[in-house]
Design a protein around this ligand. Structure first.
Ligand SMILES: [Zn+2]
Length: 173
């Protein structure tokens, strides 16, 4: 019996995307790197698996941890030493976060980023309206900004006037 000499990659890129869903964000363990939308590409270049990542913030120290975690998870699935490539442009945007990721954030007690509401009814009085930030504890929109910076630079600190609980808001950018 003749066995073909051509050996395909050990896993499809779809399968690798799926495995990357097991890698959680070190700062918010309930959401995965795929939920965050930082994985831009998964491809095979010859027998090397190349993962392209766009950091949420440049110089974010969590990125090293994420790269290590990705290497560990893929290794556990039989993929040795994936290449992690950082792509800084276009910059990561909270729009890349999946709906599932936003829901998990809310369940974790962090208000997910919301689209800025822009009132374009009159260009003359063009202004940005603050979107209503929903309290992740009780669902009230009666919330108030306490500080532009919460537990990390990418979050703002809010306070709910209904349940009086403070909470982090993941700022859109
Ligand atoms: Zn509340």
């Amino acid at each position: 019996m003749v066995v073909s000499a051509t050996v395909g990659p050990p896993a499809s890129t779809d399968q690798i995307w799926h495995w990357l869903g097991e890698v959680s964000d070190p700062e918010i363990p309930v959401i995965s790197v795929t939920d965050l939308g930082i994985i831009r590409a998964v491809e095979w270049q010859g027998d090397e698996c190349v993962i392209t990542i766009t950091p949420t913030y440049s110089g974010c120290p969590a990125m090293d941890v994420i790269a290590e975690e990705i290497t560990k998870v893929l290794h556990s699935h039989g993929i040795n030493l994936p290449s992690i490539v950082y792509q800084l442009s276009p910059a990561w945007s909270t729009d890349w976060m999946t709906e599932a990721g936003k829901q998990k954030l809310s369940g974790y007690g962090i208000a997910p980023p919301q689209q800025q509401v822009v009132d374009i009814s009159s260009i003359r009085r063009y202004r940005e309206l603050q979107p209503a930030i929903v309290c992740p504890q009780c669902g009230s929109v009666d919330t108030q900004l306490v500080s532009q910076f919460g537990s990390t630079a990418c979050k703002a600190l809010y306070k709910c006037r209904a349940c009086l609980e403070p909470f982090d808001y993941f700022k859109p950018h």
